[in-house]
Design a protein around this ligand. Structure first.
Ligand code: NDP
Length: 276
């Protein structure tokens, strides 16, 4: 199976579907990421705060897959925002991952109460210049945060990784990013399993019509919407299922029905008010 790649605004390419490891236990991470690599995933999304970069690194090392065939993302945690603290955090992440560079380094949250995300962004620019990351981007950035880094630096983020699933489709923020050449990565692509998404009629009807599972229908909607995704699962069967979404298409009516599920239903923290 061939996973499509997307070209980012800095000329690099990213596999549109990867594997996310939020809430994967550190002790289980090597095994589960190995399952994902065996299933064909080549893009892994982790973060310093997930506490499992060592397991991701071990799975990479034991896979024998050439480094340039893998796409690895990690993220700067909020309390490490700044200049020297961000340099140090990047070095620690690389050490844990056992890598010389990552493909994408993100500011995890704007954490506006700290007021250090612009300074952190300037540090990420330097980390990219130093070769420690190929691309730099942001996560959970709202319009005002994006405006500030774009106006205050010479780099437009390559991606903005935001909460996005059918009941929280983020159309306005997506369009704002798109207009600036910033690609959307959708976190919680399955709504983190926090609401009854799979039994909602547009999902269930499309699943029955296509012979795919409700999760595959939701992930297919994400891909056809143009989002980069990295669903998480601890289960080898579901890990394989979530990548098996390139042998069918949702038609215009099925896409429109999925689009109608948007209800502004955020399941995670609000980036403007999160106090972590
Ligand atoms: P997801 O939307 O990927 O949902 C994960 C949940 O869905 C788990 O409970 C999983 O259970 C279940 N699931 C997965 N596949 C299936 C399936 N085929 N059928 C039924 N249930 C399924 O949530 P995440 O929060 O994990 O988001 C994905 C990734 O996004 C994260 O892992 C992380 O990399 C990133 N992320 C980034 C954030 C940020 O602030 N930048 C915040 C949150 C996530 P099970 O494991 O039992 O299969």
């Amino acid at each position: 199976m061939t996973v499509p790649t997307i070209t980012l605004n800095d000329g690099t390419s990213i596999p549109q579907v990867g594997f996310g490891v939020f809430l994967v236990e550190p002790d289980d991470t090597q095994r589960i990421v190995s399952d994902a690599l065996d299933a064909g995933y080549r893009h892994i999304d982790t973060a310093a705060i997930y506490g499992n970069e060592i397991g991701v690194g071990r799975a990479i090392e034991t896979s024998g897959i050439p480094r340039d065939e893998l796409y690895i993302t990690t993220k700067l945690w909020n309390s490490d925002q700044g200049t020297q603290s961000a340099f140090d955090a990047m070095d620690l992440s690389l050490e844990k991952l056992g890598l010389d560079y990552v493909d994408l380094y993100l500011i995890h949250w704007p954490s506006p109460h700290r007021d250090r995300y612009l300074e952190s962004w300037l540090t990420l620019e330097q980390l990219r210049a130093d070769g420690k990351t190929r691309s730099i981007g942001v996560s959970n950035f709202q319009k005002a945060h994006l405006d500030r880094v774009i106006e205050g630096s010479s780099t437009v983020p390559a991606v903005n990784q935001i909460e996005l699933h059918p009941a929280f489709a983020q159309r306005e923020l997506s369009a704002y990013n798109r207009a600036r050449g910033i690609h959307i990565e959708a976190w919680g692509p399955l709504g983190q399993g926090k609401y009854d998404l799979f039994s909602m009629p547009p999902v269930a009807v499309a699943a029955a019509a296509t012979g795919k599972t409700p999760a595959q229908v939701v992930l297919r909607w994400q891909v056809q919407t143009g989002n980069i995704i990295f669903p998480k699962s601890n289960n080898a069967g579901r890990i394989a299922e979530n990548l098996d979404i390139f042998d069918f298409e949702l038609d215009d009516d099925q896409m429109a029905a999925m689009d109608s599920l948007d209800a502004g239903r955020r399941v995670g923290a609000n980036p403007d008010t999160a106090d972590f």
